[in-house]
Design a protein around this ligand. Structure first.
Ligand SMILES: C[S@@+](CC[C@H](N)C(=O)[O-])C[C@H]1O[C@@H](n2cnc3c(N)ncnc32)[C@H](O)[C@@H]1O
Length: 206
């Protein structure tokens, strides 16, 4: 069982047991769809999505406390009950903590590109083990949405995805469906950069 702390941080989740997977009901009450935002930053995307889709739930995972608190403050100010945030490393959350088969969509937006060769293992979208772990968190037919301004990271992620037979690529152009802008996306667009998008749908594993 996880405990949700009372005011002033009602939207932050503090697991009582960090060594077992949480249950779906530890994250949100009811059975509305849950979407996961990995490395959610200041929560701009979560807040906008939660307002647009009040019937859905949005869970952010973020390792920096200052950013977690920004998510909290935004949720309190907008009286959002469909946003929660978990302060933990995303590798640990995905591999060990989050429930299996709980997420209707996983958003992985503008992650740090880690361009140095020695940091290649930190480019999570290029790791088959990470993609397999994300696959296990999704409901049947669930989707993984990845966006970056970094072309080398994008091309490497495309290559990695070709090597896994448990996701299929779906079309995704800007404006195909409502998709809130993220804080970093706004910054990159203002700097004249292009966003690259990859939308993957879960296939059953053979
Ligand atoms: C470049 S920012 C993008 C934030 C947000 N997704 C956006 O598009 O505005 C990357 C975020 O991921 C977080 N982050 C990086 N590695 C992480 C990890 N291993 N676990 C959890 N959060 C991580 C960083 O702290 C940062 O807030």
């Amino acid at each position: 069982m996880a405990k949700v702390e009372p005011f002033p941080f009602p939207n932050e989740i503090y697991p009582e047991d960090w060594f077992s997977r949480l249950a779906r009901e530890d994250l949100f009450p009811g059975d509305g769809p849950i979407e996961l935002d990995l490395g959610c930053g200041d929560g701009s995307f979560l807040a906008r999505m939660a307002q647009h889709y009040p019937e859905r739930n949005f869970l952010g995972v973020e390792r920096l406390l200052g950013r977690v608190r920004k998510v909290s403050r935004k949720s309190i100010m907008s009286h959002s009950t469909n946003v929660r945030v978990l302060r933990v490393d995303s590798n640990y959350a995905v591999g060990w903590l989050l429930p299996l088969g709980f997420a209707s969509r996983i958003h992985f937006l503008c992650p740090d590109p880690w361009p140095k060769k020695k940091h290649a293992n930190r480019r999570q979208m290029c790791r088959i083990d990470f993609l397999a772990a994300l696959h296990s968190l999704l409901v049947d037919d669930g989707e993984l949405l990845f966006m970056t301004d970094d072309e080398p990271y994008f091309l490497e992620a495309l290559e990695a995805q070709k090597g896994c037979d448990f996701f299929v690529r779906e079309p995704w152009e800007e404006g195909d469906f409502f998709y809130a802008r993220t804080d970093f996306e706004e910054q990159w667009l203002a700097a004249g950069r292009t966003m690259h998008r990859l939308r993957l749908r879960k296939l059953p594993r053979s």
